[in-house]
Design a protein around this ligand. Structure first.
Ligand code: PLP
Length: 302
């Protein structure tokens, strides 16, 4: 194939039905229940400086999510690693957002029995996606505490990745309409739980506090807790009321989409003095420093 005909993977590469295709050409059948019923699971791992960060943890969570939702991706960890690496390699991206998905797939025509569906594995790598833009990272996010409750754990297990995101999207739309940058959802007891793509933390009198239930067990949340412990900070994993969150000395979100991202305003009011606090800064700096650890990163052979 001449260069003129070579597919352009520079904007991202997807793995679809056994083929690697440029991201703009990646599609799934419209009758895949992953699309029609949000009947799918997924995980997102990042590539920074040409290396996956904590891929093992993401693979382990993906396997757990698949098991929880009775989905069989038909590929093992080694095969997934090879597919994800190939998506990144073809794209040439050194900083990438890499997603693996398993959808329910299609049932035989006329069947309503999900057990008869043929589950599908998909993957893609695109340029790194930040949860906060450069200016928001510099000054901190403005968060709205949403009136929307996160879907209860008794209905959809939030500890495993799912696409039940209408609550998140409605909360986010309200927040943006109100001039905030993002939203955190609550539970039925007025505790903050999580937001669209992130976990939440606050700092009170030097102690780090993060919710213990009603949310995804984020890999970044786990990393932040490990960092805090390595720095000798006290960590409390327990319910966090909206009142406590508003009164925090510091607040931040954690996500693969940028690590530790400070929140400096909540519902139009400053968090403490409205500046990014020292604990958030230290945790963020250490989060990026940990990307250099060979134990946590897997370099990609481009
Ligand atoms: N909560 C939800 C609902 C998410 O979708 C995500 C990430 O996508 C997170 C929390 C943070 O998880 P992680 O740190 O593994 O990116």
């Amino acid at each position: 194939m001449s260069d003129a005909q070579a597919p352009d993977f520079s904007k991202g590469c997807a793995y679809v039905r056994g083929q690697y295709v440029p991201i703009a050409q990646a599609s799934i059948p419209i009758t895949d229940l992953g699309f029609l019923h949000s009947d799918a699971t997924y995980d997102v791992v990042t590539v920074w400086d040409g290396a996956f960060f904590r891929l093992d943890a993401h693979l382990e969570r993906f396997a757990r999510s698949c098991q929880r939702w009775r989905l069989a991706p038909g590929v093992d960890d080694a095969q997934i690693t090879a597919i994800l690496s190939e998506c990144v390699r073809r794209s040439g991206l050194r900083a990438s957002y890499v997603e693996m998905l398993c959808t329910r797939g299609q049932t035989p025509w006329g069947s309503r029995d999900p057990r008869q569906a043929v589950n599908q594995f998909y993957a893609f790598a695109v340029p790194f996606v930040w949860l906060a833009n450069e200016q928001q990272r510099a000054t901190g996010l403005h968060m709205r505490i949403s009136h929307v409750q996160r879907i209860p754990a008794a209905s959809v297990d939030p500890t495993t990745k799912n696409y039940h995101w209408n609550d998140m999207t409605m909360g986010l739309l309200d927040a943006l309409d109100d001039g905030a940058d993002t939203a955190v959802l609550v539970d039925d007891k007025d505790h903050v739980v999580e937001g669209p793509g992130f976990n939440v933390f606050c700092v009170h009198a030097g102690q780090l506090i993060t919710p213990d239930q009603g949310m995804l067990e984020g890999i970044t949340r786990r990393t932040v807790i490990e960092i805090a412990q390595s720095l000798g900070l006290q960590v409390q994993v327990r319910p966090v009321s909206t009142t406590e969150f508003r009164a925090a000395d510091e607040a931040f979100i954690s996500s693969s989409g940028g690590g530790v991202l400070p929140v400096t305003r909540v519902d139009g009011k400053n968090v403490a003095d409205g500046a990014i606090g020292p604990v958030s800064r230290k945790l963020s700096d250490t989060y990026w420093a940990w990307h250099q650890s060979p134990a946590m990163s897997l370099p990609i052979a481009y």
